[in-house]
Design a protein around this ligand. Structure first.
Ligand SMILES: [Zn+2]
Length: 99
């Protein structure tokens, strides 16, 4: 899969994630595979973002915009620390599941 944008060119993303995490996200995205969008058949892309100071990842369809719920990095409710790789993998898993 691909990242939605060239995040390494964005000062905002460099500030929020840092080069190392952006490189990790790119490598994780490259290894990930997922089914196409169930609505329009386009391949999903990995979205990164930051909300209230916390980084997150998700999967979005670049064509129709449908997306998964953001998965935040850091400590989750079961106090397990999620890395950006964990967040991307969890997003891809959610995208690949049809509830
Ligand atoms: Zn779509």
């Amino acid at each position: 899969m691909k990242l939605k944008d060239d995040y390494k060119d964005s000062p905002t993303y460099i500030k929020n994630f840092g080069y190392d995490l952006l490189a990790e996200a790119e490598a994780t995205a490259e290894k990930a595979t997922s089914p196409d969008c169930p609505f329009c058949g386009t391949q999903g892309v990995i979205v990164l973002g930051n909300l209230y100071g916390k980084n997150y990842a998700g999967v979005q369809c670049p064509c129709c915009g449908v997306h998964t719920t953001p998965v935040f990095t850091g400590f989750n409710l079961s106090r397990k620390a999620l890395t950006i790789t964990d967040a991307i993998n969890a997003s891809v898993k959610a995208w690949s599941r049809r509830p």
